[in-house]
Design a protein around this ligand. Structure first.
Ligand SMILES: Cc1cc2nc3c(=O)[nH]c(=O)nc-3n(C[C@H](O)[C@H](O)[C@H](O)COP(=O)(O)OP(=O)(O)OC[C@H]3O[C@@H](n4cnc5c(N)ncnc54)[C@H](O)[C@@H]3O)c2cc1C
Length: 291
């Protein structure tokens, strides 16, 4: 399909981008890697009058250690860069792994982390990992800068808490708790590079079999990426065994309202979620490695 004409503004700073967004309002869109935006424009799902590019903004793609440990990832860091970064692999191997599961090498090398989060798609791979890690996002708009927990960022089906004139500038990832075990399981119906029908990220801190902390992020099932809070609570303070793993699967299946689409029915998603939660908890409880 042929793209309709649009104006292209190359910004040299975040301030210039927010000013341009404010000037054009609903008619303007940020473009980063373009892997989500351009197909939407080709399919006439979006018809922006102006594309506001932030690709040339200095420092917006930096991958660095956070001031108090953890990581600070610039919005323009690509999934390829994040998945290959020695710093990310050391500080947040769950995130490196989840970013390495995005699509194909070609898409991973263009698609940015900021674009992924702002797209707000449920079947995102980094989102469940970042939710389980309790990451925060930094956004800048004409009214100034603010930080919000990722748990409050996704507001609905392809919807986020970004205002029209705001740019996501960075993602802050807290340090992984000492001794934490992690896992990202992605269920794809056909090929490895498909989007997740169920994407489950888990971080557990255990004393032997006793669960001190459970963090679970989910993609592909609900209308947006979500935290499985009730399931987390059902695990914390308990001894993890086959029974508690199975119970957690039941809590998760009851906690989420699954979507239904051509990829799979709501019942199928719910069944897969039940199985995935049971499996990931049982696996991590028996020291089933980090993957
Ligand atoms: C073939 C294919 C397969 C895919 N498979 C997967 C997959 O397996 N897993 C997965 O997670 N994703 C997948 N995706 C989705 C896509 O790659 C991601 O959502 C991508 O990360 C979007 O990033 P981008 O830089 O290309 O964003 P863009 O396409 O440039 O932008 C996406 C949206 O975010 C907004 N935006 C971008 N950056 C900012 C910012 N800094 N501040 C404010 N708004 C911003 C744009 O205005 C637009 O609305 C796939 C896409 C394709 C085309």
């Amino acid at each position: 399909m042929i793209l309709r004409p649009f104006k292209y503004v190359e910004c040299g700073s975040v301030d210039e981008a927010t000013t341009t967004l404010k000037q054009y309002g609903d008619g303007a869109r940020i473009i980063a890697g373009g892997t989500a935006l351009v197909p939407m424009m080709k399919h006439r799902l979006l018809r922006p009058e102006v594309l506001v590019s932030v690709i040339q903004v200095p420092g917006l793609g930096d991958i660095a250690a956070g001031p108090d440990g953890g990581l600070r990832l610039g919005a323009l860091a690509t999934h390829w860069e994040i998945s290959r970064s020695p710093l990310v692999k050391r500080e947040s191997p769950l995130l490196a792994y989840a970013c390495g599961r995005v699509a194909s090498p070609t898409v991973r090398s263009m698609a940015t982390l900021g674009g992924n989060l702002c797209y707000g798609e449920s079947a995102s791979d980094p989102s469940p990992a970042l939710l389980a890690l309790r990451a925060r996002v930094r956004v800048v708009g004409s009214g100034g800068e603010r930080t919000l927990p990722l748990t409050e960022f996704f507001t609905g089906f392809y919807e986020t808490g970004l205002a029209e004139d705001e740019v996501l500038t960075a993602v802050e990832v807290p340090p992984l708790a000492p001794g934490a075990r992690w896992r990202y399981l992605k269920w794809v119906p056909r090929a490895q590079e498909d989007k997740a029908l169920v994407g489950l990220a888990a971080v557990l801190v255990l004393d032997g079999r006793h669960c001190r902390m459970a963090r679970l992020g989910l993609g592909g099932v609900a209308a947006s990426p979500v935290v499985l809070r009730r399931t987390e609570q059902s695990l914390e303070g308990r001894e993890l065994d086959e029974r508690t793993s199975a119970e957690a699967g039941e809590v998760a299946a009851a906690e989420v309202e699954p979507m239904e689409d051509l990829q799979g029915s709501a019942d199928y998603r719910r069944d897969m979620l039940r199985v995935w939660v049971r499996r990931v908890v049982a696996d991590l409880a028996t020291g089933g490695g980090e993957r």
